[in-house]
Design a protein around this ligand. Structure first.
Ligand code: COI
Length: 370
């Protein structure tokens, strides 16, 4: 069949891949039967997906060596662990990027819909330039995404229950010891069925403004989707979660007064019919959903501003929401600022009713932003 040809599967059993054995999975051992033509993801509870990793059947792998000078031919392989040199560029120096995009079951018949995959391809190309890596062409990227969806189609959730999340990775897989770009790169895509990202489901979330830990700095890599932007915010995110907040809102690292984005998504504020979001001037991730919302809002007649968004803009907003591939469009219910007095003083805004040392342990909670 078509998808069996796509997979390079030549027998009914093992799903033979043309990949070198070093890319074959050592573990986990998944169902060895090729089920790429089947529908239905086994025992999966489609109503309670959340955003966890459900291993699927196949991943896509494409390599690029110094001699080849570019990415040539990729292959589908069984999903599983990969072999990597201990001295690979990604493990030692964090030379890596990732992407996230979703495939949905179509409402109007068989087939799947991808949400703007070319945007992810272009963002990966841009990020690869920053991280000194070669990247797949837009055509290669989109082709690989489509192959990965088709090979894992039984894992695409039923309509309305979620999506198949695709996670493209571009890593410096070659061995290197001195600080330099790796001599070999690997592009991979794996897939997992997902539902809502936050445990709150579709309900509004509470955010905590982080005053000490910053996500990005001018001249840094905040504007590209490098893997190294994410582990450094885990501490802030875990602390916030332990206090009952869904995510953290980061401030700019220079003035410490402009909101940038959350750990997992971009931010929008709405005031008097005008929509504002932090401008992508190097420290904000240019989200595909962010761009789509800007375009949709402008097409619907809203005034949309990409600009600095201060804590005060946030506090006085009529509505606040977050956007991202994983989170979709998530309304924000409350935002807590630990030291609102400092921000109020810095912004020369008279705000006499806030006492940071008063009840609530020096914290001020602002409800009604949603
Ligand atoms: C996505 O929305 O796809 C992301 O990459 C965010 C990630 C933290 C889940």
């Amino acid at each position: 069949t078509h998808s069996r040809r796509l997979l390079g599967v030549q027998d009914g059993g093992g799903g033979r891949s043309l990949l070198p054995s070093r890319w074959k999975s050592s573990q986990p051992q998944l169902d060895p039967v090729d089920r790429s033509d089947e529908e239905g993801g086994g025992d999966i509870d489609w109503d309670n997906l959340g955003f966890g990793l459900t291993p699927t059947d196949y991943m896509y792998v494409m390599r690029c060596t110094q001699e080849e000078g570019g990415f040539s031919r990729g292959e589908l392989a069984r999903y599983g662990n990969i072999e990597l040199s201990p001295s690979s560029g990604v493990l030692n120096y964090g030379q890596g990027l990732f992407e996230g995009l979703k495939a949905y079951r179509r409402a109007d018949g068989p087939g799947y819909t991808l949400f703007r995959p070319e945007e992810n391809a272009r963002r990966m190309q841009h990020g690869a330039g920053r991280m000194c890596m070669p990247s797949p062409s837009v055509e290669q990227f989109v082709h690989a995404v489509k192959q990965t969806v088709l090979a894992n189609k039984r894992w695409v959730p039923p309509q309305g229950k979620g999506a198949l999340y695709l996670r493209p990775l571009l890593i410096g897989s070659g061995a290197i010891l001195g600080l330099a770009p790796a001599p070999e790169y690997t592009f991979m895509i794996y897939a997992a069925p997902v539902g809502t990202y936050f445990k709150e489901g579709m309900a509004a979330i509470n955010l905590l403004v982080e005053e000490e830990i910053h996500r990005a700095m001018p001249g840094g890599t905040g504007g590209v989707k490098t893997i190294s932007n994410y582990a450094p915010v885990l501490k802030a995110q875990m602390d916030a979660r332990s206090k009952g907040f869904a995510d953290v809102l980061y401030l700019d690292s220079v003035h410490k007064r402009y909101v940038e984005e959350a750990s997992s998504c971009n931010l929008f504020v709405v005031k008097g019919g005008a929509v504002a979001t932090p401008a992508t001037a190097g420290t904000i991730l240019p989200g595909v959903t962010r761009r789509s919302i800007i375009e949709l809002a402008r097409d619907s007649g809203y005034q949309v501003e990409e600009r600095l968004v201060s804590i005060d803009d946030l506090i006085s907003a009529d509505e606040v929401f977050c956007t991202g591939t994983a989170v979709g469009v998530t309304p924000v219910s409350t935002v807590r600022v630990q030291d609102r007095r400092r921000h109020a003083v810095e912004e020369a805004v008279h705000d006499s009713d806030v006492d940071p040392d008063g009840p609530g342990g020096g914290q001020e909670r602002m409800d009604g932003c949603g």
